[in-house]
Design a protein around this ligand. Structure first.
Ligand code: AMP
Length: 217
């Protein structure tokens, strides 16, 4: 059986999380976000959580070894056997190479790169409000909730991620351009990457991604 791995690439705020939820639901494969996994460790105050807090709070990347152990442990679970979707991983060439080594011959990679310009990203990220209960994302600039700090979908409480503050957003974008953007070439050279315009409305982006995934089979 082929194991299908979908990699969502794109800067912070490009819509990877929103698209990942929809794709994983649509295809019935797990959505694995290394950022979410780390945030869970922070919340539970685990040893790993204590180690990664300072990196996350300052918008820096967590060291590769810590990321890789956590990620490979997660993807070895039985729900990942037929495939999974990666959101926020890989973030460095070393991580991409480690993933290649980890995969077996029956694994295929499809990489989707969401393009969004930096000005839009800053607004998207610094305005982002996520629902604690259902994960739905509002934005103070583009899609404000009808009731302050309450989710329109489920009335859950909305929160603003600590690392979504403007100064940290700038650092995250700098880190993205320096360390993660080179992955676009890495996957282009392997002919597995498709560029998608992430400035389009979310439904259009989702339809365009779905077309690519259908084509790749
Ligand atoms: P995200 O939710 O994907 O924006 O990730 C939030 C933060 O978690 C990042 O700014 C990093 O500090 C850390 N992080 C998440 N994924 C990775 C990764 N693959 N490599 C290194 N750090 C990561």
């Amino acid at each position: 059986m082929t194991q299908k791995i979908i990699i969502l690439l794109g800067p912070p705020g490009s819509g990877k999380g929103t698209q990942a939820v929809r794709i994983s639901k649509n295809l019935g494969i797990p959505h694995i976000s290394t950022g979410d996994l780390f945030r869970q460790h922070l919340k539970n105050n685990t040893d790993l959580g204590k180690k990664v807090r300072s990196y996350m709070d300052s918008g820096k990347l967590v060291p590769d070894t810590l990321v890789l152990d956590m990620l490979f442990d997660r993807v070895s679970k039985s729900d990942c056997r037929s495939g999974y979707l990666l959101d926020g991983f890989p973030r460095t060439l070393a991580q991409a190479e480690a993933l290649e080594k980890h995969l077996n011959k029956s694994s295929t990679i499809t990489a989707i790169n969401l393009n969004v310009n930096d000005d839009t990203l800053v607004k998207r990220i610094s305005g982002r409000l996520t629902c604690k209960a259902c994960g739905h994302v509002h934005n103070t600039f583009f899609s404000p909730p009808s009731k302050t700090n309450k989710c329109d979908k489920c009335q859950g409480d909305l929160f603003h991620r600590d690392d979504d503050e403007a100064s940290i957003v700038e650092e995250r974008l700098r880190v993205y351009h320096q360390q993660t953007a080179p992955l676009i070439k890495f996957y282009k050279d392997k002919s597995v990457l498709t560029d998608i315009n992430g400035e389009d409305p979310a439904d259009t982006v989702f339809n365009n991604i779905s077309k690519v995934l259908k084509k790749r089979g």
